[in-house]
Design a protein around this ligand. Structure first.
Ligand SMILES: Cc1cc2nc3c(=O)[nH]c(=O)nc-3n(C[C@H](O)[C@H](O)[C@H](O)COP(=O)(O)OP(=O)(O)OC[C@H]3O[C@@H](n4cnc5c(N)ncnc54)[C@H](O)[C@@H]3O)c2cc1C
Length: 421
């Protein structure tokens, strides 16, 4: 009988796992997805208010995110990602009015051009040494006790962007893990990568098309509601609206749904808690106004944290929203506050926007406190034929696209290796 592998969840991890499996002939692979679309927390849609395709949330991808770039290449979509020529990010301080460009040097010779940071490298290096030396139980704020200029310009914004939590809460080890694959590798790993026509177009839709071409079935509105076990193996998948699917002795399951779903399906006691919300405000503006913005700008001293430009849409990101000035604001008040920051960043206080959309992604990441990092699931489960995949599975990185692809691929490869397990 043909070996069947069931992938639960069509987020990036589930798709990466299914792609890995689909390269092996003779397997029957089915992806079961709860919603009516693929992509999980990374998707794009045609927004009727803006009349533009927008992403659910801006995603900062860097050239050092090798697995994401390789994923795009494998699905024939490498040309749908654009890699900036330089590792340079413009920053605006809305309180002081200062502007600078953060440059990540590629080597010693490059260092003479400076980093653009408002504090000297020796002090920043000392902070970094403390971060590197911190035990896994420490938060970023505990690891870096100094509150100098680099705290405001670098450590705090980086922690919010990368870990979706304030530095007082977020794990020093997780920040270190991201920095060791980006800043520590120099400019070559830190060039911003954007998807000019949307993340869905670059990372998700071509993946689903390729899977279908390879004979993988993707079933939407098909939430798995139970996994019945027998003899230490997953024996049956149960659904709210489908007949149960029995698993044969060689069949396997890759559970690529978020940790709370995994906990409910398998009765697990400890998984990482859901993290904070990420707010995205998408503003369609006049093309000449959009042209004033860089593809990605960091904002200090405002409610906005990052501004992304795609065509005539300027999109603001607010990570860890609950810990920011926009928490609890009405939609109108939040849009007004964030637009004010955009107008100030562009130096065009009088400017308005044409249309706006506010999107709030609750639990955008798993909670990135040290104890939640420690509660991440191992890839292998107590059931011999069930593997975990997803950004919450133990691995080198926190809740990121890179972590999701790496985890999905690892689970796919391990399932193939396990053969008849
Ligand atoms: C607003 C926002 C901004 C972000 N910014 C960045 C960024 O700048 N850089 C970065 O690298 N990462 C960023 N991330 C994180 C990134 O999107 C995630 O790490 C990644 O998409 C996680 O993929 P995943 O496949 O592990 O999980 P998910 O995308 O959550 O996929 C899980 C899938 O399982 C499905 N599912 C759930 N329950 C069931 C069930 N019972 N049966 C079947 N299917 C089920 C879900 O519907 C979902 O499709 C951001 C996330 C958000 C929301």
């Amino acid at each position: 009988m043909t070996r069947q592998i069931h992938v639960i969840g069509a987020g990036l991890a589930g798709l990466a796992a299914a792609l890995e499996l689909s390269e092996q002939p003779g397997l029957q692979v089915t992806v079961w997805e709860r919603t009516d679309r693929p992509g999980g927390r990374c998707w794009s849609f045609e927004d009727t208010r803006l009349g533009r395709v927008i992403d659910n949330g801006n995603h900062l991808i860097l050239s050092g995110n090798g697995a994401v770039l390789d994923h795009a290449a494998r699905i024939g979509a490498a040309d749908r990602l654009e890699i900036a020529p330089e590792a340079a990010l413009p920053f605006a301080d809305l309180e002081s009015g200062e502007r600078w460009v953060l440059r990540v040097p590629s080597g010693l010779r490059d260092l003479t051009r400076g980093t653009g940071l408002r504090e000297g490298l020796p002090r920043i290096a000392l902070d970094a040494a403390r971060l590197w030396a911190a035990p896994r139980t420490r938060s970023v704020a505990q690891a870096i006790p100094r509150r100098g200029g680099a705290w405001r310009d670098l450590w705090e914004p980086l922690t919010l962007a990368v870990l979706n939590a304030p530095p007082e809460v977020a794990s020093a080890a997780l920040l270190r893990a991201v920095l060791s694959r980006s800043l520590a590798r120099g400019g070559a790993a830190c060039r911003p990568v954007t998807a000019p026509e949307g993340l869905g177009h670059a990372l998700i839709e071509p993946a689903v098309a390729l899977l279908q071409e390879r004979g993988v079935t993707v079933r939407y509105r098909a939430a798995v509601t139970g996994i019945e076990a027998e003899g230490g193996r997953a024996a049956r998948l149960c659904f709210a609206r489908e007949e149960p699917v029995p698993l044969g002795p060689r069949d396997g399951v890759i559970l690529a749904a978020p940790p709370q779903v995994a906990a409910a399906l398998l009765g697990l006691a400890a998984v990482p808690a859901p993290g904070l919300s990420i707010l995205n405000a998408h503003f369609r503006v006049a093309p000449d106004l959009a042209a004033l913005a860089a593809p990605v700008t960091g904002v200090i001293g405002g409610a906005a944290q990052w501004i992304f430009r795609r065509g005539d849409v300027l999109s603001v990101t607010v990570s860890a929203e609950e810990a920011t000035p926009v928490a609890g604001m009405t939609r109108e008040a939040a849009l007004a506050r964030l637009w004010q920051d955009v107008a100030r960043t562009l130096g065009r206080l009088e400017a308005g926007y044409i249309a706006a959309r506010l999107l709030r992604e609750r639990a955008a990441t798993f909670h990135t406190a040290p104890e939640d990092d420690a509660a991440r699931l191992p890839m292998r489960s107590p059931l011999a034929n069930l593997l975990h995949a997803g950004d919450h599975v133990r691995g080198p990185l926190p809740s990121t696209l890179e972590a999701a692809v790496l985890s999905g691929r690892a689970a796919g490869a391990a399932m193939l290796e396990a053969g008849g397990a």
